[in-house]
Design a binder for this molecule. Structure first.
Ligand SMILES: Cc1cc2nc3c(=O)[nH]c(=O)nc-3n(C[C@H](O)[C@H](O)[C@H](O)COP(=O)(O)OP(=O)(O)OC[C@H]3O[C@@H](n4cnc5c(N)ncnc54)[C@H](O)[C@@H]3O)c2cc1C
Length: 446
């Protein structure tokens, strides 16, 4: 009797187009689906993302149970130790998971693969979250791209993307009591992912975490939003973007599905897929330049004279800067765990240029408060704003937050929505702050 297959779910919390789950399903034996909350996940998951993860795991648990009679077992502790114990007790014929690309997960996963392969013949990881894995698209010298346009051009020319697969047919699988190992399985509640203070109460109005919620957003996008995407995507008051970012981060929808249902041809399809392309670019950058989540890609920025300004940082975090578009963005973030891309660019620029505060402080706040917090995308966004990353906005080009507001929220609908009590009492004089930023840049240049 062949042993069961273990599927280690991580950030591929879906059943359709999930190659690890598909491969286990095809083996016809029992399946042990597990989720492990280890140090790596714990350190990497901010408060808003924990809220999302809780609901996403709840949804996956239900679907596995309803469609396949499988129960997702949850563990807390060292992933290698737990998977090794499962291997010792159940002698699995296969252990599968979807790949992740951050430095900490890569280090962990390489060790795990090597170690488990000693006792299990088929230990395999799959691509479940990208169109182009970071090593697939390199420049003519075999090095990673640092500029988006040629990178994306090469991606588009580099051949076909596999078609997404449907979820395997419903079927009751044999149940294995995977709880019988010495590390105790726990209930999802025991991970304490939801906050003690109910700051998440508004999140329920905006989000529906899980695979079904992801498909719903995608269908709404195709039906209602796609047609306005090219013109509307920069205007935060118009809901014209897909709002798929947290679903993509947790792997509740596959980028292959987006690709195939939007294959590049018309202008709007190209514009949308190009944004998905930025996500690909961000992942390949973090993969090839793993230090960049914490260090500027452009070396000269290591000596940039950032200011220490805890009062300014707090005002920014609370949406109390007196600059309407900045405060609206920061309050949207606080209330919904999400912020429109154009406004992310404005608030990030305000922090690093008007307040001259280190981009890492902004990145850290975003990692804690965004439901879509993603190390690769967030690093790219912040290094872009800070002028210190790949293909970044030059540091000396300073956004004027008032003009940005006038341009992208001309009727102030977005501002009024998030800051109905707006008082114009700016914490800095933008003109002076701009000069201060340019002087700091000149100082760094020496
Ligand atoms: C300072 C800063 C920090 C950011 N931090 C994050 C983050 O932590 N997590 C995150 O997912 N995105 C981040 N972004 C990128 C972007 O703002 C969001 O992905 C986007 O707003 C999500 O909205 P949407 O799903 O409606 O996007 P859509 O316009 O519908 O785009 C579809 C998908 O493409 C991807 N995408 C779109 N724009 C970008 C981009 N500029 N960079 C990378 N991927 C992109 C996202 O996965 C998105 O869901 C950041 C941007 C900035 C400027």
């Amino acid at each position: 009797m062949p042993g069961p297959s273990i599927v280690w779910f991580r950030r591929d919390l879906r059943l359709h187009d999930n190659p690890a789950f598909q491969a286990a399903y095809k083996r016809n034996g029992a399946i042990i689906p597990v989720y492990i909350w280890d140090d790596v996940e714990e350190r990497a998951t901010g408060a808003a993302s924990r809220w999302w993860l809780y609901h996403s795991l709840t949804s996956l648990q239900k679907d596995l149970q309803n469609f396949y009679n499988l129960s997702l077992t949850i563990y807390r502790g060292d992933a290698l130790k737990i998977l090794s114990q499962l291997t010792d007790v159940f002698c699995p014929q296969a252990i599968y998971w979807g790949r992740l690309y951050e430095p900490s997960t890569r280090r962990r996963d390489e060790k795990i693969k090597e170690s488990l392969s000693e006792d299990c013949e088929d230990v395999r990881s799959f691509n479940s979250s990208l169109l182009f894995e970071p090593w697939m698209v390199l420049n003519n010298e075999g090095r990673p791209f640092q500029v988006f346009t040629p990178y994306w051009r090469k991606c588009l020319a580099s051949g076909s993307i596999e078609k997404p697969t449907a979820a395997p047919p419903k079927e009751n699988r044999k149940v294995v009591d995977s709880k019988k190992i010495s590390v105790p399985a726990i209930n999802l509640e025991d991970l304490k992912l939801r906050p003690k203070i109910p700051w998440d109460k508004n999140f329920y109005k905006f989000w529906n975490p899980g695979e079904a919620g992801a498909q719903k957003n995608w269908n709404t996008f195709l039906k209602d939003r796609k047609k306005n995407y090219s013109e509307g995507r920069d205007f935060p008051a118009l809901a014209s973007t897909s709002e798929l970012s947290p679903h993509l981060h947790f792997g509740e929808i596959s980028p292959r599905q987006l690709w195939w249902e939007m294959k590049p041809s018309s202008a709007v399809q190209n514009v949308f897929l190009k944004e998905v392309g930025w996500r690909e670019f961000a992942h390949q950058l973090l993969y090839h330049f793993p230090q960049t989540s914490n260090e500027p890609l452009r070396e000269e920025f290591k000596k940039f004279p950032w200011r220490e300004d805890s009062k300014g940082l707090r005002a920014w975090q609370r949406g109390e800067t007196g600059f309407p578009i900045v405060d609206a963005g920061m309050r949207q973030l606080w209330q919904t765990g999400w912020m429109h891309n154009r406004v992310r660019m404005i608030v990030a620029s305000f922090l690093v240029k008007d307040l001259l505060i280190d981009w890492r402080k902004g990145a850290e706040w975003f990692m804690d408060t965004l439901v879509d917090a993603d190390l690769a995308n967030n690093t790219l966004g912040w290094q872009w704003a800070g002028g210190c990353g790949a293909d970044a906005a030059p540091y000396f080009r300073v956004f004027n937050p008032m003009l940005q507001g006038e341009k992208f929220d001309p009727n102030e609908d977005y501002i009024r929505r998030w800051v109905p009590d707006m008082k114009l009492d700016p914490i800095v004089d933008h003109k002076k702050a701009r000069e201060r930023a340019l002087q700091a840049f000149a100082k760094m240049k020496g």
